[in-house]
Design a protein around this ligand. Structure first.
Ligand code: BTN
Length: 257
């Protein structure tokens, strides 16, 4: 099972992960931090579950993860910490933190897919779901949910993108405690960077997204748009070039055309 001491030794953060909740089973770590507001108040609280009974993916999909083999966790950011931070930037920063953690610890090359999937080659190794709770016009809390496949070696079911795990790619057992600490350390670094130089985050994300410049298809519900992935804008939205116009895309699934 998860060894809290090893995790704690590797954790180098000031805030993120300093309040840490571990549980065997929960519906969804995101839902828990988003809805149990009286219980979880501290900025940077991390909630890790060995098994989610109703793990959520983007677009109402399900996130499946075998018990005790991977990492499924969420990070709470409260409104005081969010003053000047754009939620879309948090999305990009999280994907970068996950991708750099994998590269630092296992020297595997990762790629990012808009808005926030982490791929190794053509397979998805991690997904991110950011949810917010809003009161009036104010974002009260942001919950950053991360699912990353570490030691699972077979996957059943239907997937939007073929899944993989670090064990399948690196051919070795993956240390979950080290990986969690590395992701959280990098995540906090990126949050600090976002406050000072968000452009660096945008540029780092661009550097890891191999689809920029490619012909792509964007699917959102029943609508399909084709064009060239021109860039992301200053808010992290996708800029799609069609003929001579540039259209800003806020949501959607991207695939190569
Ligand atoms: C996606 O790729 O569709 C996003 C997947 C996000 C999964 C994580 S696992 C921890 C957190 N809790 C959830 O219910 N979902 C996120």
């Amino acid at each position: 099972m998860f060894n809290l001491e090893i995790f704690d030794i590797k954790l180098e953060t000031e805030v993120i992960g300093r309040d840490f909740i571990y549980c065997e089973e929960i519906e969804s770590t995101n839902t828990e931090l988003l809805t149990s507001k009286q219980q979880y108040k501290k900025n940077g609280t991390v909630f890790l579950a060995e098994k989610q009974l109703a793990g959520k993916g983007r677009k109402n999909r399900i996130w499946q993860s075998a018990k005790g083999l991977n990492l499924t966790f969420s990070i709470l950011l409260t409104k005081e910490s969010l003053a000047d931070i754009n939620t879309n930037h948090i999305n990009l920063s999280t994907a970068l933190a996950v991708s750099e953690a994998i590269e630092n610890l296992y020297q595997l090359r990762t790629e990012l897919k808009w808005p926030n999937d982490v791929f190794i080659g053509t397979k998805k190794v991690a997904g991110i779901l950011i949810e917010t709770s809003i009161k009036g016009n104010i974002v009260e809390r942001v919950v950053v949910g991360i699912g990353i496949n570490l030691n699972q070696i077979s996957f059943q079911g239907e997937f939007n993108h073929p899944p993989t795990s670090l064990k399948l790619e690196a051919h070795t057992d993956i240390n979950r405690e080290n990986m969690l600490a590395e992701i959280i350390n990098l995540f906090e670094e990126k949050l600090f960077e976002l406050e000072k130089t968000p452009d660096n985050i945008l540029n780092d994300w661009r550097g890891k997204c191999k689809m920029i410049g490619d012909k792509i298809t964007i699917t959102e519900n029943d609508e399909v748009k084709k064009g060239v992935f021109f860039d992301i804008d200053e808010n992290g939205f996708l800029l799609l070039k069609r003929d001579n116009t540039i259209e800003k895309i806020h949501f959607g699934d991207v695939s190569l055309a």
